[in-house]
Design a protein around this ligand. Structure first.
Ligand SMILES: Nc1nc2c(ncn2[C@@H]2O[C@H](COP(=O)(O)OP(=O)(O)OP(=O)(O)O)[C@@H](O)[C@H]2O)c(=O)[nH]1
Ligand SMILES: [Zn+2]
Length: 197
């Protein structure tokens, strides 16, 4: 279903994650049995289960409340906070998603919170920002059959901040537009709503 990610991943394996963290601590020259680290493998395993929970979620189970309202103008939820994990370095990238759509002929619209939940389903996986953006747009299209959809993500990647090229403050902006929102005027209207804070 999702590009680059397993269709039916195994459930989170706590014992395996704990063993891997213990191994990693040994690899960096630490002593996993010292007081401060004794509970760390179990703690990190729990944190990873939470941070990667999206691997075990189906977007259709999250966008549960839809209505048919006959509203045919753009709906935009902007400044949805997101935190994900870069799949190259397994460190966070974080920022905002802006999700908008124009209802389609069915008039189906989603509860607003469901758009934010949809972002999380895909953010809580090992990710690259481009795929996260595309996945949110494509599942919005699949679930709501809108006339158009737009997803813009702006994020700062810790792999570019705390290591490597070390450029704090650099923001990556990605977008995915579908249907009528590809039209220059509609797209410009959406972008001005997104940018105009
Ligand atoms: N396109 C894209 N690239 C990403 C994303 N997250 C991290 N990267 C990049 O993935 C690349 C991995 O490059 P590599 O050369 O294999 O890894 P590296 O030696 O750690 O690279 P540096 O970060 O440049 O030190 C880096 O340029 C990262 O900036 C993302 O969401 N999208
Ligand atoms: Zn990275």
């Amino acid at each position: 279903m999702d590009q680059g990610q397993p269709d039916a991943p195994v459930r989170f394996d706590h014992a395996r994650a704990e063993a891997a963290v213990r191994e990693l601590l040994l690899a960096i020259g630490e002593d996993p049995s010292r007081d401060g680290l004794a509970d760390t493998p179990a703690r990190v395993a729990r944190a990873y289960a939470e941070m990667f929970r999206g691997l075990h979620q189906d977007p259709a189970d999250v966008v549960t409340t839809t209505f048919e309202l006959g509203h045919d103008e753009m709906v935009l939820v902007k400044d949805i906070e997101l935190a994900s994990m870069c799949e190259h370095h397994l460190v966070p990238f974080y920022g905002y998603a802006h999700v908008g759509y124009i209802p389609g002929p069915t008039g189906r619209i989603a509860g607003l919170s469901k758009l934010a939940r949809l972002v999380d389903v895909f953010a809580k996986r090992p990710q690259v920002q481009e795929r996260l953006t595309t996945q949110v747009a494509d599942s919005l299209v699949e679930l709501l059959e809108p006339a158009g959809a737009i997803v813009v993500v702006e994020a700062e990647h810790l792999c570019m901040t705390m290591r490597g090229v070390r450029k704090p403050g650099a923001k990556t902006v990605t977008s995915a537009v579908r249907g009528q929102l590809r039209n220059a005027t509609t797209r410009a209207e959406a972008m001005s709503l997104i940018i105009g804070r």
